[in-house]
Ligand binder design. Structure first.
Ligand code: HEC
Length: 137
């Protein structure tokens, strides 16, 4: 009886401790498939961005920047990354700003946008993650 109670207590403790990690792993897995289906065509399968991404295209618009640590995605807070993905760049850069970055509000659910961003963040080394954590505070 006591052994069973102790066993149950251990299982409960493990669930409480592991649950956030399981949830995080599930969110990142969702984000990975959202990214592959909706972002990789421009930002690259390996998050490498478009070639020569700092030089404007013939259209005058900017190429898609990398989302890996070589880009500047990690300079922005969670809120900025979410808003840019959901609403595009116009709210930040002005109504007349022309960009190839789509607004995903009509295409993706907020949870899917958050998951894609968590997936992107999960690929960064600790230094970039820590910097981005500071920006998010
Ligand atoms: C049709 C091409 C295209 C697709 C698809 C696309 N993007 Fe972009 N994205 C761009 C371009 C181009 C820029 C740079 C725009 C500028 O600065 O004018 C950009 C910029 C961004 C930025 C701001 C720059 C940065 O690194 O912080 C974020 C965040 C972003 N994209 C996230 C996403 C996410 C997440 C997805 C998928 C859900 C996605 N994008 C899909 C083209 C695309």
């Amino acid at each position: 009886m006591i052994a069973a109670l102790i066993g149950a207590a251990i299982i409960a403790a493990l669930l409480v401790l592991e649950f956030p990690r399981l949830r995080e792993a599930r969110q990142i897995a969702l984000g990975q498939s959202v990214y592959a289906a909706n972002c990789a065509s421009c930002h690259g399968k390996q998050l490498e961005g478009q070639p020569d991404w700092q030089t404007p295209l013939p259209s005058g618009r900017l190429p898609a920047p990398p989302h890996d640590a070589s880009g500047h995605t990690w300079h922005h807070s969670d809120e900025v990354l979410f808003n840019v993905t959901r609403n595009g760049l116009k709210p930040y850069a002005g109504e007349n700003y022309e960009s190839d970055m789509p607004a995903f509000a009509g295409t993706l659910k907020d949870d899917e946008i958050r998951a894609a961003i968590e997936f992107i963040k999960s690929t960064w080394p600790e230094r970039e993650r820590e910097y981005q954590r500071q920006m998010t505070r």
